[in-house]
Each structure stands twice: as C-alpha cells, then as structure tokens.
Design a protein. Sequence first.
Length: 292
Amino acid sequence: MGQSAEFGKFLKVMRARLSPEDAGAQESSGSRRVPGLRREEVARLSGVSTDYYTRLEQGRNIHPSKAVLDSVARALRLDAGEQAHMMDLLEHCASSAGNPGPVQKVRPALRQLLDAVGDVPAMVLGRRADVLAGNRMAYLLFADFAALPAPERNLTRWIILDPSAGELFRDWKTVAAEAVGALRMDVGRHPNDPQTNQLVGELAVNSEHFRQWWAGHRVATRSAGTVRLHHPVVGDLELNFETLSLPDDPDQLLRVYSAKVGSPSSDALTLLNFGDVGTHAEVPEPARRDDS
C-alpha cells in the first residue's frame, strides 16, 4: 500500500475521533451514519471544497499546498506530533516496496559514553526502537538485550510481547501505547521498510492491544518524562528519562534514566548497581531481520 493511501487512512481516523462540538463545526442536518466529523464539515473548516478533501482522504495522487495542510491540521485538531506525522506521510510517499537500509552501527565513542554514565541506565535506540547498545545498568533494569537473538533486540517488541515487561512497568498500557505511537512515526518517515513491516506483522499477530492501538493511528513524540517500575530485585522505582537525538548518527537516540538524588528510587538504583547480578555490557552489531 502506497503512502498516499496511508495518508488518507490517517485523515479518516483523525476525523472520526472528533465530534462537531469538539471541532467547533456547526451541526449539519440529518442523522449521522459515521462517528465524528463528516467530510464536508472538515472541508468547510479547512476552507477547501468537499470534493478536494474527499480526494485527499481517498489517497489520490494530489499535491496539497502547505497552507491547505495547515488548515486541515487545524480543522482536525492535530497536535504537533500528529501534524509532523501527516507531513511525513506525504513527503516520503512511496508506492513500491522499500529496500532494507544499512545495518545500524554505534560509534565506539558513543559506547564509551554509555560506560561513562554507568551508574544510571542508558541505551542507544535505532530505527524501530532497535536496541543498538546499552550499559550494564540498562540491562539489569530492563532486559539483557545482548543475550537475545538479533531480531528480538527491539524495545517496542519487548514491551509489547514479553510478560516480564508487563510486570515491570506499573503503567504498562501507557508505556506500550506510546511505544506503538513512536513506531507509527518511524513508519511515516521510512515507508515500506521490510524489517519494520515484519515487526508490525509480528506484533499484530500476537497482541490484541497492539492491533487496537495501531488501528487508531496514534503517534507519540514524548522525549522526556517519568516512568514507574516494579523491579523484581529492588522493588518500586520512579525514574526520569531523557531521549536525546544524535545529529551525527541519523535515526539514533540516546535514552538515559535517572532518579532524584537522595530518593528511594536512587537508593534502589544503587542497590541494583552493586547487587550480585551479571549481564552483558553491550549489544553486538545487529543482523538484518531476515538473517538466520
């Protein structure tokens, strides 16, 4: 399916979630056979004809101006992340199957940085939230990704499918839904990627939650926040996380978790760090998903 069709599906889902009252549209006459706004209501709010908006939503091969897209975004009450995703779906329009990208690699200096912040969990995430590298504390806190087969070294896959993740995250549904939203953003930037398609297919087959979230076209761009955990060894923790983009490493993110100084969570991290638990220090270079 081409990205233009995916763009149309996104608009339709965004339209369905809005009531006329929420969007500030005047109530149309007649009974409603579909949830949310009608196409003509979105068209009116956007300042375009109903026929033009209908062609947009049907994924026709048309080229709307930025002004039109901004108007549609306002009419649909899109937030910044959703609007960026909408633009990605147009900018990276592709109708043919994509080719696998290069194997993702982590610079040696970046691996050294992970070791240098060894008292707090830190990891490098690549495309699709593949775990490319991490320090000992990250693997003690979450999972020993280095010990997993290459196709399973993915944070989103682990969060959705591994029962231990459901026990670790005290707000699992929120964390999992945000992970799915981030994956949706990746799909918009890199359409028709075979490895991503394989991951999405696996998650859809094995998780009803994933199927529902994916159908909702939710996107997520939160780069910082708080996560609440219940670790099997050190108990409850509340950690802050920061996700930093790496300008010299396209599609790679550095995520670091920390606790407030002097807090019980800080004490728990110290206990985890000096506990008698061993794990691998870094993830080997990942193989392609279709490698054996």
